[in-house]
Design a protein around this ligand. Structure first.
Ligand code: NAP
Length: 438
């Protein structure tokens, strides 16, 4: 336990998602004389928990209760509606705080890098997930879902989330906080086929067993696989992954028994299909794939091609962080240049902004503990103005920040507006949120 006496250690955390809150939790547990401001560009806290985790995974979202305990501590403050990089700079923050931690996640879609990617109907998962989760950045996406065929590219949990949310009925989504604008379109869409396309094989799929298994329990949608693509055993699998891959394989083997006529929507879980071109004019009309095989874990093209006609391509192939002026960025890794969370004197990073988009929500906990330890080892209180200085700057710039109490008013209004079994009806517009606080 590091106790710091006298002048407090001032820490600013940029981003109020899981990585930000786990860092704040670890800092408060290990230092007494510390003051932490958690800054977010949205008026709402909790990052991916609110805007990324699927609306039908409410038990995962419940981890926010843990972050609330940290938020309720006297030495922790939430400062919402403040965009670091545009409202105020990282350099401004570094002049005011002894340590600045970038925990701003990885909110941008990776590009497929394919011809035709700019056609109308090609949508990145960050946009689509943000849209169905009421994220203000994507509330106006308004995708054309008056379609029969959708291709989802990727074999990770986000691809599975997108396919499942498209396939679930209004009844299945009744106890969720699916955005109302999304519910209107999804639950009236005439979708018949969802193709979930992985460029490698079933044993290389990055989905996890619980998420894959859920695809076998949908009311209106049957999960289908090509039996020729499903191996009998786990040959070649890394011994550390045998349990996880074994569970995935069991689910896929069960899907072999399913038939397309069982339910109105067919979910085709496809492997060995690498996207090479998006087809169409201004609008998507299909996607061309190359068949592949896997050699030493790598995807190798076979020179054989096929086309799936469709009017929507959802690309769920991973994310990258948003660069912020004043912090060195590694465009190849899509995150800040850092050495185990250390960027440069007084500047740190954590979570997806540090390591790229991998792992579950819980993976951010050890990450937060590690960066907190580093900060407490390397930083000491100085004469910096901390919170007072930030408030002066905010006032000078005429900015309107949102406190945790302000967020609680938004939350209360959302809960009051919920209908039926839904836990809340989320705002998707920042002006509406600010009006509630006023
Ligand atoms: P991910 O797990 O890295 O999966 C990305 C998928 O996209 C992989 O199948 C990958 O294939 C494929 N891909 C990448 N580039 C491609 C390309 N150019 N063409 C075709 N396919 C391509 O990423 P994610 O699904 O975005 O998830 C991010 C993280 O959040 C993961 O750690 C995930 O587990 C986590 N998450 C967890 C949950 C949950 O726990 N319920 C829910 C959502 C997300 P290769 O493997 O061949 O590269």
């Amino acid at each position: 336990m590091t106790d710091i006496e006298g002048q407090p250690l001032w820490v600013a955390i940029v981003g109020s998602g899981p990585a930000g809150y786990y860092t704040a939790e670890a800092l408060t547990k290990n230092a007494e004389n510390i003051r932490i401001d958690i800054l977010d560009r949205l008026p709402t806290p909790f990052g991916l928990i609110r805007g990324g985790v699927a609306p039908d995974h409410q038990s995962i979202k419940a981890v926010a209760r843990r972050y609330e305990k940290t938020a309720a501590q006297k030495n922790v403050r939430f400062v919402g509606n403040l965009n670091i990089g545009s409202d105020i700079t990282i350099d401004n923050l570094r002049l005011l705080y002894d340590a600045v931690v970038l925990a701003n996640g990885a909110p941008q879609d990776l590009k497929l890098g394919l011809s035709g990617e700019d056609k109308i109907g090609v949508i990145g998962s960050a946009e689509f997930v943000g849209w169905y989760n009421s994220h203000p950045d994507f509330a106006s996406l308004n995708p054309n879902l008056n379609i029969k065929d959708v291709v989802v590219i990727g074999n990770g949990n986000v691809a599975v989330d997108c396919a499942r949310i498209l396939a679930k009925t209004a009844k299945e989504m009744a106890s969720t906080d699916l955005a109302q604008h999304a519910a209107k379109l999804i639950h009236t869409a005439p979708i018949e086929n969802i193709y979930l396309a992985g460029r490698r094989g079933p044993l290389e799929g990055k989905f996890t067993p619980k998420e894959l298994g859920e695809l076998g329990q949908l009311e209106n949608c049957v999960a289908l696989v090509d039996p020729k693509q499903i191996p009998n055993d786990l040959m070649g699998v890394d011994p550390k992954e045998l349990t996880l891959k074994g569970k995935n394989l069991n689910h896929l083997k069960k899907f072999i028994e399913n038939t397309s006529s069982e339910k109105p929507i067919n979910l085709h879980i496809m492997f060995y299909a690498s996207p090479i071109e998006i087809l169409g004019g201004d609008l998507v009309t299909g996607i061309k794939f190359e068949k592949t095989k896997v050699e030493a874990g790598k995807c190798v093209g076979l020179g054989e091609y096929f086309i799936i006609p469709c009017k929507m391509v959802l690309s769920a192939i991973g994310y990258q962080s948003t660069p912020i002026s004043g912090a060195p960025f590694d465009p190849k890794r899509g995150c800040f240049k850092n050495d185990n969370g250390f960027i440069e004197n007084g500047l740190y990073t954590v979570g997806w902004a540090k390591r790229g988009p991998s792992g579950t929500i819980g993976t951010n906990k050890p990450d937060g503990i590690a960066v907190a330890k580093l900060i407490l080892e390397q930083s000491s209180p100085s004469e910096k103005k901390g919170r007072t200085g930030l408030d002066e700057l905010v006032s000078k710039c005429g900015l309107k920040i949102v406190t945790f109490e302000g967020w609680k008013k938004i939350e209360e209004a959302e809960e009051n507006a919920a209908e039926g079994l839904a836990p809340r009806a989320k705002f998707s517009n920042i002006e509406d949120m600010l009006r509630i606080i006023d």
